[in-house]
Each structure stands twice: as structure tokens, then as C-alpha cells.
Write a protein that binds this ligand. Structure first.
Ligand code: ADP
Length: 398
């Protein structure tokens, strides 16, 4: 079975074609600058990467180009698009209705339209991607896989904010949680690696990338998570602030005469590592600067690692224990320094890492960095959201 996974952003569209029988990625790539020029990168394992500049006025056009590349005599990997058995779509937000991955139909798309007000950045491009696929592949089953659905079993006292209750009932303000597909993938993979039933494990999964979130997974169920009503809440990220005292926002808006969009832009795009250092949103640059003696870069790393540490402590308390701590995504998988800072002085909780293993880990594969006497396993587990989407899609269309 061949499954195409689509991740549609406001000006980008990423794709991966899987052969589910072997688990291999046949081709992958991305379209960029949709609506403002256009470029496509197409990668086929064992061949040279192919890039092209092409006018991409819409997501529809981007998908047409992707289909042309997948079936091209030189760059293609399939004979015709009919060979694609199903399409899986990454959808950030399923609202309160979609608690599981679901087949795409008019009802699903109509519902996603109704929740665009609470998902203004990611909703419209995901809908565009689904509509384009339905037009170009009308007979092929399509599945929506939601980042929020992993949190559908979270209990109300963990998702209701201490605000007037009508904000929840009338305005749908609650914690939804994001990155769920990644947290679900790494938690399941971790249980598999340890040879344990996930039902018997208390885990904390740290997805640390440009966007970062931490999730408590008790017996396979995501019971709490750091991102909230939007992906803004939680720990500091590349350019997002994470949690701040909410009163800072109206205070600084009044003081500097900012409107809500300008304030949202600062919280989303000019805060986090970039905001603190004034240099970069990229962890690598911040670390390099800190090592050169830049105090603000060193401060940013301390703020970040302390934020992660606090969530680990809180989630261990909520779960009444901890068996496994998992690091994933760009920073979690590749940066030993952040793992060292987070795990330092955590032996009260049973967390102790082997510094040698932490520094000399093998990239791109699951790696155990737990110390010899640690009560809690500490693992690096590379995430693979696309494969998780492909697996859900396969399950649903079968
Ligand atoms: P996104 O959330 O956009 O998917 P990633 O998961 O790729 O982002 O994470 C981006 C962050 O991870 C950056 O801060 C970068 O410094 C770090 N990172 C990514 N890849 C590497 C690498 N190979 N080595 C070190 N750091 C990396």
C-alpha cells in the first residue's frame, strides 16, 4: 500500500510518499513560498535532490506539481497517481469534535471551517490541502490526523483554565494541546524499545524543536501537556514566549501603544530564544554564543532548561511517579547540552544520565542515555510524525 502524507502550511506544503509494505519512504519534499513565488525540493533516496523554481499561486497548483514530480519519468517513483492508495493529512486542530484520526468528508471539512477562528494560522492551509487533494484524487480515500487528538482523554480539571466558565462554554477557550502526533509516536516507540506494555509506563516526552512542548503520558494516555489553547503556552521556544504572566500583555500594549495583532506578533515571532538573546531563534547559534561568553545567550539556555525541568517535576507529581523521560525533535535529539542541563540535579526523582553516552550518542536512532543507577530511563527517540500519520491512514482505510 502506498500512502502520501501531506503537511500543508500557510505558504508551504510538505509531502512524503510511503510504501507501507516495506515502511520505506519512496520520495519526499516540499513546496515553499506558495502565493509569493514558489520553489520545490524533491528528494528520492539514492538519487540527487532535485530543486526547481516554479510559480506556485495556490496549494492546488503546488499539489499538481508534486503529483507531476512523483510520476515524472526522470524524478518520479510511481507510474501514475492512481498508485497512491490513500492520503494522510496533518491537521493541527480537531477542535472538541475530532478525538481521533478520521476519514476526510464534507462534514469534517465543514467542522474545520467552523473552528478557523480558534485556529487561524493552521486551519485554512490544512483545509486548502484537503480540498486540493479531493479535487485531484477524488476516488482516493483521505484521512485527517489531528495534533490535538492525543489529548482527547485529558480530564477537565487539566484543560479548563481558571477564567469565567463561559469562556469555555461559549468561546471554546480550553487547553487543546499540540504536537500530539509526535508525542504519540515517541511514547509508543519508547514502549516498543523497552519491550514493555505502554499501559505500565509513566512517561514524560519532551518535544524540543523550533516549537516545543512537553507531555505527560500515563499508561499511553496523554494526561497533561504544556501547550494550551494555542501552541503559544508552555516552555520558551525559538521565537515564542511560552507562558508569561498574562497581565504583562495589556500592560505593555497600553505602555507601547500596541494593537492585538502587533502584540501577538511579538509573542509569536520575537520572543523565546530570539527575544532573550536578541541574536537567534536557533539553539545552535544561542549555544555557540553562550560558549563564547555572551551572557544573554547563557541566560536564554538557563531559562529554557529551567522551564523544561519545572514541567518534568510537575508532571511527575501529577502522575505520582516517572519511569521514562524522552527527548525528541531538533533540539531534544541533537543537543546534549540541553539534556545535560535539564537532567542535572534530578536524582531526587531518579533521573541520572550517563554523560559519556549523552555526549557520544548516535544520531537518528533511539539511544539510551540513562546512568547505571538511574531509576528513570532517559532516552533519545527520533520523532517521525509523517510515519505516524501514514500508519493511522493505513489503519483507517483498511
Ligand atoms: P521545527 O519545530 O521547525 O520542526 P526542529 O525540530 O527541526 O524544528 O528543531 C529546530 C531546532 O533544533 C533548532 O533550534 C536547531 O538549533 C536544533 N537542531 C536541529 N537540527 C539540529 C542538529 N542536527 N544539530 C543540532 N541542533 C539541531
Amino acid at each position: 500500500m502506498k500512502i502520501l502524507v501531506i503537511n500543508s502550511g500557510s505558504s508551504s506544503l510538505k509531502y512524503q510518499l510511503f510504501d507501507m509494505d516495506s515502511g520505506a519512504v519512496l520520495a519526499k519534499g516540499g513546496c515553499e513560498r506558495i502565493g509569493a513565488g514558489g520553489a520545490v525540493t524533491h528528494k528520492v533516496p539514492g538519487r540527487e535532490n532535485y530543486t526547481m523554481e516554479v510559480d506556485l499561486p495556490s496549494h492546488d497548483r503546488a499539489l499538481e506539481i508534486v503529483f507531476a514530480l512523483l510520476t515524472d519519468s526522470e524524478h518520479g517513483v510511481i507510474g501514475s497517481i492512481e498508485e497512491i492508495d490513500a492520503v494522510g493529512h496533518r491537521v493541527a486542530h480537531g477542535g472538541e469534535k475530532y478525538k481521533q484520526s478520521s476519514l476526510v468528508d464534507p462534514e469534517l471539512i465543514n467542522y474545520l471551517e467552523t473552528i478557523v477562528p480558534i485556529n487561524p494560522l493552521h486551519g485554512p492551509p490544512a483545509i486548502k490541502g484537503m480540498r486540493a487533494c479531493l479535487r485531484l484524487l477524488p476516488k482516493t480515500p483521505q484521512v485527517a490526523v489531528f495534533d490535538t487528538s492525543f489529548y482527547s482523554e485529558m480530564e477537565d480539571f487539566r484543560y479548563i483554565y481558571a477564567l469565567p466558565y463561559e469562556f469555555y462554554t461559549e468561546d471554546k477557550i480550553r487547553r487543546y494541546g499540540f504536537h500530539g502526533t509526535s508525542h504519540r509516536y515517541v511514547s509508543q516507540k519508547t514502549a516498543e524499545i523497552l519491550g514493555k506494555d505502554i499501559k505500565d509506563l509513566k512517561m514524560i516526552t519532551c518535544h524540543l524543536g523550533n516549537g516545543s512542548s512537553i507531555t505527560a503520558v500515563d499508561g499511553g494516555v496523554a494526561i497533561d501537556t504544556s501547550m494550551g489553547f494555542t501552541p503559544q503556552e508552555g516552555i520558551p521556544m525559538g521565537t515564542r514566549s511560552g507562558s508569561v504572566d498574562p497581565t504583562i500583555i495589556p500592560y505593555i500594549m497600553k505602555k507601547k501603544g500596541l494593537d492585538p495583532d502587533e502584540m501577538a506578533d511579538i509573542l509569536n515571532k520575537k520572543s523565546g530564544l530570539l527575544g532573550i538573546t536578541g541574536i537567534s531563534n536557533d539553539f545552535r547559534n544561542c549555544l555557540a554564543e553562550a560558549q563564547k561568553g555572551n551572557d544573554r545567550a547563557a541566560l536564554a539556555l538557563k531559562i529554557l532548561s529551567n522551564g523544561i525541568k519545572k514541567h518534568i517535576g510537575a508532571y511527575a507529581a501529577e502522575m505520582n511517579g516517572l519511569d521514562v523521560l524522552v527527548f525528541t525533535a531538533g533540539i531534544g535529539e541533537n543537543q546534549c547540552e540541553i539534556r545535560r542541563m535539564v537532567c542535572e540535579n534530578m536524582n531526587w526523582l531518579g533521573i541520572e544520565i550517563d554523560n559519556e553516552k549523552n555526549e557520544n550518542f548516535t544520531r537518528g536512532i533511539p539511544f539510551d542515555i540513562s546512568g547505571a543507577n538511574a531509576r528513570v530511563k532517559v532516552l533519545i527517540v527520533p520523532t517521525d510524525e509523517e510515519y505516524m500519520i501514514a500508519l493511522d491512514t493505513q489503519r483507517l482505510v483498511k
